[in-house]
Write a protein that binds this ligand. Structure first.
Ligand code: OAD
Length: 237
């Protein structure tokens, strides 16, 4: 018998217990910084140094944190299920926890690409994306094509290249699990709506969630505890 398909959609909350700040919680990153300065395409062209420094600091922080029990539990689901993780996070904690199929909707912090590598299909060429690990990039750091390197991040104001692939995964899922996202940023926030009729949707978040869909079961807990609850629900299904 083929394995059931679980699609796990994650946001900043899944990494909160690893010590990475969320964006919109009280004291979150967007209390400290204006996203339109540090994470938008207009902000990039206005002040590249500010944007590079913002991600240089966050990349260094990423090196210092570890995946938590929620990342590990999500990776562990692969033993019994066909799992695809669709994450809005630009950290690499799902991969470091052992998840083998991770789609990064908003890019990846450990990767860079030239700023002028646009094409009509996906906004950039995957061939020009490369890994810098936890290193820094600075103004004047150039790609082989001679153009300034930029973070491999989907800035506000840019298209989300992998949204089509994400929709296809959600449409095929037997179970949807959403962990730690305020469901504020589209198109990611609308993805769960593509789930088939009758597909259960579990949401793990300690706060109220802005959804009213009869398929949704809200597990009102932090990610690590909520994953234990979710695993028990799966066991008893
Ligand atoms: P948000 O900061 O908007 O939301 C974080 C969610 O995690 C909230 O619903 C919190 O209640 C929840 N949360 C907090 N601590 C938690 C914990 N320990 N366990 C589980 N949940 C917890 O983050 P996102 O929804 O991921 O985009 O934000 C979406 C996008 O907005 C990000 O990808 C980023 C940001 O601007 C870009 O930078 C392009």
């Amino acid at each position: 018998m083929s394995k059931k398909k679980i699609v796990v959609l994650t946001g900043a909350g899944v990494s909160a217990e690893s010590g990475i700040k969320t964006f919109r919680d009280h004291g979150g990153l967007w209390d400290q910084y204006d996203p339109y300065d540090v994470a938008s395409i207009d902000g990039w062209y206005r002040d590249r140094k500010l944007v590079l420094d913002f991600y240089n600091v966050r990349r260094k922080q990423l090196q210092e944190v570890q995946p938590n029990a929620a990342h590990l539990a999500i990776a562990g689901l692969e033993q019994d299920y066909d799992v695809a993780v669709i994450t809005q996070n630009v950290d690499n904690l799902h991969e470091r926890a052992g998840s083998t199929r991770v789609l990064h909707l908003h890019g990846e912090m450990t990767k860079v690409r030239p700023e002028n590598s646009f094409n009509d299909q996906d906004g950039f060429s995957e061939k020009e994306v490369f890994d810098i690990g936890y290193g820094e990039i600075h103004l004047g750091d150039k790609a082989p094509n001679g153009s300034q390197l930029r973070p491999h991040i989907v800035f506000f104001g840019e298209a989300v290249p992998s949204i089509g692939k994400a929709i296809d995964l959600v449409m095929e899922a037997n179970i949807i699990l959403i962990v730690g996202t305020s469901l504020n940023v589209y198109p990611a926030a609308g993805l769960y709506r593509y789930a088939g009729a009758g597909v259960p949707i579990y949401i793990i978040d300690p706060q109220d969630v802005p959804v009213s869909d009869s398929r949704v079961h809200h597990i009102k807990e932090v990610a690590t505890k909520g994953m234990e609850t979710f695993m028990n629900i799966l066991k008893n299904k």
